[in-house]
Write a protein that binds this ligand. Structure first.
Ligand code: FE
Length: 330
């Protein structure tokens, strides 16, 4: 079945703004492909994010990765059995996506989804647009995508029952949001109920906390760039901020996301809201922002916290000899 979010594409005529944003703020590597297409690399792959002038503003597609040709056939059959129209895309589109083969279909909200196998790897090393340590991708996919939907239930049913996504957890307050995994990344997809179908944000995860802090400085230096201030999420433990893109959605720059064990994970409702601290949401209506602030004040009163999640190579243990901390650790 689906192993990860492999790539994403967005229609926009603001290619130059996107190039600046992608390279200078996020640290993507820009790959020019004529005057209608801008591709970004995040790792060894030839492309991860594509901005296409020909698609029109607001158009988007998401590339979900499967293991091989047999898995792609099995997914196509499964979709057809569920009554979903599937298109076997031609060689020309597979070449444009830098993959061996793909199919396309739509989710019930009308988002164009593609499933593919055989992503092409570039023969030159990744060269970030700004000096960053790199993006955490590999078997976890490129990050996560968050969509806004009219009503969560019918869209959720498609992703879980037909595509096999697993529910990680959900919140009902200060807004409804459901989080889904397809690999150990806590969520590769989330749905936020806003009453309107749209694109909310794309999350990319940096290998170093300092990468995120430096991106935050870049974002702060630009007017109206910040969509959500620095904060830490309650469920995936991501320390992140959200930047407004040249399109009408945001990119979340994150560090330190937790992993889940898909085989044994039990979904839970979270009652402390989406963030342990921070994440003032410019996009939320004022009354919901007030509820979110209340929930954070409550988290502060209760001292809600979680261990940092680190990868080999980006931490050093401190000696931490402290009677007080030794007591708290228990
Ligand atoms: Fe997110």
């Amino acid at each position: 079945m689906i192993r990860g979010l492999g790539y994403a594409g967005f229609g926009s005529s603001a290619l130059e703004d996107w190039r600046q944003f992608g390279t200078n703020l996020l640290g993507f590597q820009a790959v020019e492909r004529g005057n209608s297409l801008l591709a970004f690399r995040m790792d060894d792959r030839k492309q991860r994010v594509v901005i296409d002038r020909a698609m029109g503003d607001g158009a988007r597609f998401f590339g979900w990765e499967v293991e091989d040709a047999a898995a792609l056939d099995a997914l196509a059959a499964r979709l057809e059995t569920a009554g979903v129209a599937v298109t076997a895309e031609p060689r020309t589109l597979a070449d444009a996506r830098r993959v061996r083969a793909l199919i396309s279909f739509s989710d019930p909200a009308g988002n164009r989804l593609e499933a593919f196998h055989g992503a092409e790897v570039d023969d030159t090393p990744f060269a970030p647009g700004r000096s960053i340590s790199g993006f955490r991708t590999g078997p976890l996919g490129l990050g996560h995508v968050v969509l806004t939907v009219e009503t969560i239930e019918p869209i959720m049913a498609f992703y879980t029952d037909v595509l096999g996504f697993g529910l990680s957890d959900y919140i009902e307050k200060p807004f409804r949001a459901y989080f889904f995994h397809v690999n150990p990344r806590h969520h590769s997809l989330a749905l936020i109920e806003t009453g309107k179908a749209g694109m909310h944000h794309l999350m990319v995860e940096l290998c170093s906390l300092d990468d995120v802090g430096q991106s935050y400085d870049v974002a702060l230096s630009e007017p109206d760039r910040i969509g959500v201030t620095l904060g830490r999420h309650t469920n995936d433990f991501m320390t992140s901020f959200y930047a407004r893109t040249p399109s009408s959605f945001m990119v979340e720059c994150g560090w330190g996301g937790r992993e889940v064990d898909p085989a044994n994970w039990q979904p839970v409702e979270m009652h402390h809201g989406p963030s342990l601290w921070g994440h003032e949401r410019v996009w939320l209506p004022e009354k919901d922002r007030a509820v979110a602030r209340d929930m954070r004040m409550n988290a502060a009163r209760e001292g809600l916290r979680a261990p940092v999640q680190v990868m080999e190579g980006n931490y050093q243990l401190m000696s931490g000899t402290c009677a007080w901390w030794d007591g708290i650790k228990q």
